[in-house]
Design a protein around this ligand. Structure first.
Ligand code: NAD
Ligand code: MN
Length: 487
């Protein structure tokens, strides 16, 4: 064996060939704001850096939209509104179809960029995120001229300017979830990506130019919380769609209250994954692994609380530890990487604080993955805790990292009451070979999505959204259109 560097060697020490996705992506030194169909220098004259969290290398400088920039974006969206709404629905559909196809054509570039800017493994951005992004636009292109079938007997009208604010964990997919239904229903948009992951949204803006989407129909402004707040508070914004933390979501609900603006919130989660003794155990273990460790646990619906029936707990824990040992942590651009970089140093510190809290409260940390980590960048090895009490902070609060809390139960009733014992209600998993149990448990779980004998499966036709403090409103499917029409 010749030179083996820590980033490109497998667990057994052999070299993997580099991913073909190591394509050079044309990243500009600076990006303007995408307003009224053109990239413009920010009136605020402020820019900020976006880095690659796997290398800490500065990728580009992105504009920070100030109040005057947000005004210009909303103004452009407002001016474009009537023309876009008047367009024949089948013509709007054509733009969405064109957008979807162009995304497919540029998907390699977008996947690499998504991975570089955000830290997620290339196999996820390439094989999961990008196909879903294209699917979302295709799906909604299909709705554009069929809205009267979606709302029989009613006349769906656009809402107007939509202010859309998204997080960093699925940057392009969240943009698609927001833009596609809004456009299909004849609205215009001001979209703000998260401050650590602006680049794919900006390349999406280039695609909007390529497909000759009428100027102002979609405006993409970059910046952090202040920029987001300026969008939400703008009087000409008629609908606010937000995906992010419960804390910011509650704040937005207060600022929108009484303004007549429509609001949908997709917030955090602490989703239960319940494994019964009669489940196919190896399959369940794979599901658990992908529900919490892939994408570094940066998944709002991550199965972060595992409930295993007592009789199989030892077996499941052994298998989880075994599987955890073989997960490849490191260079997100390597096609074999399972766990990439944590999105930011801030997020890494948050996760580390939770891991410390778990130990301090008496839970037992299992961290058997001992592959060498790259020297630069933000890394957290996948881990799980046993000996977790429901009162422990790691069992109650969203960590948003590759940290799993394992708990046990004896009866289905106990599993249910413990699973529902949370202020959140985004998703849940049930693993059993008994069909009747699936229906019984799924019906009684307070969760927007329940996956049975699988986890983290998405489809544009299937509505996604939460109960309780996980938010309200649905994205995707027929139900997702409702937020973007006046009836
Ligand atoms: P965050 O709430 O801090 O940020 C989300 C977005 O809101 C970013 O674009 C940010 O710039 C913007 N923002 C921040 N403060 C704002 C304010 N006062 N007004 C307007 N906009 C503001 O969350 P985050 O840390 O970036 O993302 C992680 C969180 O997102 C997690 O809690 C996760 O559960 C949640 N999330 C939920 C879903 C879902 O579908 N339910 C999906 C992905 C992420
Ligand atoms: Mn970045």
């Amino acid at each position: 064996m010749t030179s083996v560097d820590s980033q490109s060697s497998g667990p057994a020490g052999w070299d993997y060939s580099p991913a073909p996705e190591r394509t050079r992506v044309p990243i500009k030194d600076e990006y303007g704001l995408f307003i009224d169909g053109a990239f413009r220098a920010p009136k605020s004259r402020r820019r900020f850096e976006t880095i690659n969290p796997a290398t800490e290398e500065v990728l580009s400088r992105v504009s920070e939209a100030g109040p005057a920039d947000v005004d210009a974006a909303v103004e452009a969206a407002k001016a474009a509104g009537p023309g876009w709404a008047r367009l024949k629905p089948a013509e709007r559909a054509k733009f969405l179809f064109r957008l979807a196809r162009r995304i497919q054509e540029r998907s390699r570039e977008l996947a690499v960029l998504e991975t570089m800017d955000g830290g997620k493994p290339i196999k996820e951005s390439r094989d999961v995120a990008l196909p879903l992004v294209a699917q979302h636009f295709f799906y909604h292109a299909g709705w554009a001229d069929k809205l009267s079938y979606a709302f029989p007997g009613r006349t769906p009208k656009p809402v107007g300017v939509c202010g859309q604010i998204i997080p960093w964990n699925f940057p392009l997919l969240m943009a698609a979830w927001k833009l596609a239904p809004a456009l299909a229903c004849g609205n215009t948009c001001v979209l703000k990506p998260a401050e650590t992951t602006s680049l794919t949204a900006l390349h999406l803006a280039e695609i909007l130019q390529e497909i000759e989407l009428p100027p102002g129909v979609v405006n993409i402004v970059t910046g952090a919380g202040e920029t987001g707040a300026a969008i939400v508070d703008h009087p000409d914004v008629k609908k606010v769609a937000f995906t992010g933390s419960t804390e910011v979501g509650k704040h937005l609900a207060r600022s929108v209250a009484g303004t007549g603006k429509k609001l949908t919130l997709e917030l955090g989660g602490k989703s239960p994954n319940i494994v019964f003794a009669d489940a196919a155990i190896d399959q369940a273990v794979e599901g658990i692994v992908s529900s919490i460790w892939f994408n570094q646990g940066h998944v709002c619906c991550a199965g972060s609380r595992l409930f295993v029936q007592e009789s199989i707990a030892d077996e499941v824990i052994d298998k989880l530890a075994h599987r955890m040992r073989s997960l490849r942590v490191g260079d997100p651009l390597d096609k074999n990487t399972d766990v990439g970089a944590i999105n930011s140093s801030t997020q890494l510190k948050t996760i580390e604080r939770y891991i410390d809290a778990g130990g301090d409260e008496g839970a037992i940390l299992h961290e058997v993955n001992d592959q060498p980590l790259p020297e630069k960048g933000f890394w957290c090895r996948p881990c799980f805790f046993t000996g977790v009490q429901p009162s422990h902070v790691i069992a109650r609060e969203e960590i948003f990292g590759p940290v799993l809390s394992v708990m046990t139960f004896r009866t289905p009733e106990e599993a249910l009451s413990r699973a529902n014992n949370t202020p959140y209600g985004l998703a849940a998993g049930v693993w059993t070979n008994t069909g009747s149990k699936i229906f019984e448990i799924a019906r009684k779980l307070d969760a927007g999505v329940v996956w049975c004998n699988t986890y983290n499966k998405f489809d544009a036709s299937s509505p996604f959204g939460g109960f309780k403090e996980s938010g309200f409103g649905r994205e995707g499917g027929l139900q997702g259109l409702r937020a973007y029409v006046r009836l």
